[in-house]
Design a protein around this ligand. Sequence first.
Ligand code: MRU
Length: 354
Amino acid sequence: MNALSLDTVVLADNKKEMIILDQTLLPGEIKYLTLSKAEDIWEAIYALRVRGAPAIGVAAGYGIYIVASQLETDDMDAFVKNFKEKKAYLDSSRPTAVNLSWALNRMEKVLEENRDKLTVAQMKERLCQEADAIREEDIAISRSIGNLGFELLHHGDGILTHCNAGTLATAKYGTALAPVYIALEHGWDDLHVFCDETRPLLQGARLSAFEMQTAGVDTTLICDNMASITMKRGKINIVFVGCDRVASNGDFANKIGTSGVAILAKHYGIPFYVCAPSSTIDMSLKSGDEIVIEERPAEEVTEMWYAKRMAPEGVKVNNPAFDVTDHSLVTGIITEKGIAYAPFDKAFEKLGIK
Ligand code: MRU
């Protein structure tokens, strides 16, 4: 089994449900969930059953199509009103990954542009096509990022990654791990991938290590606090990470701990690349200070994954799910349109990212 063969989010053949791989159970169990209720889709995103910014975007596209289409009406005004209510609800499931609102806004744009031209039945069909397009484009975007990232690699490189920005975080291939999949396609069998465990939800241990190992890559799991010694020992030649939202100046939010990795990479003189579909770049934000950071329940730190609780009852816990890395620590931002180098706002403009 190769994780690359697992579909993260697809539309069911009946076009009334979506099928997601429940990532909370990986790597122990491969289980798919069939979802159609708005509450279940909201919960699947909130609980990280489907996670990773691009995959959340794909789920949001299918999600809003499915739940909006459940309204039996010929009245376009009623359809639009219900669509907007459901959109706001799904949008509240997680705050940091811009792909969630990006996909929902893209679907709403289709609705607004066609509300006077199509019947409700035709609109449902049109929304379905748009959601499919989001998924198809995501696969192509991930491959482009992979090809550009692959050009930066050398035989025998050690690559450090944080969290999971692999195939499981997208429709296929991933962003930060896409260069490794492309390298495999070119017959390279001498890359070494180091996966940060990524406390507290262990996306590195449970997902990236699983992905890379099943793809046949030489994979080493390290705890988050081992990145420094691994770099000092000369094992890491390049860092690839994903991102949930990039501001116009190149500051970016990614899984908690990413900024520490960037600081270490700078210290040890290791190139640090962010892999970002252009849908993740939020040009409306001047800097990372404007990015909303998701705060998650204390239990994820104190007891989740442990056989018994590992912290004293009542202890205060901070659990920010993301942090913001300053653009000064970033070597380059790999988008599907090209690699952006500082100054990032100018580079994004040049790449046609608005
Ligand atoms: O909380 P998660 O698991 O959704 O966080 C995922 C990440 O931080 C990824 O690095 C990011 O979404 C990019 S995925 C291509």
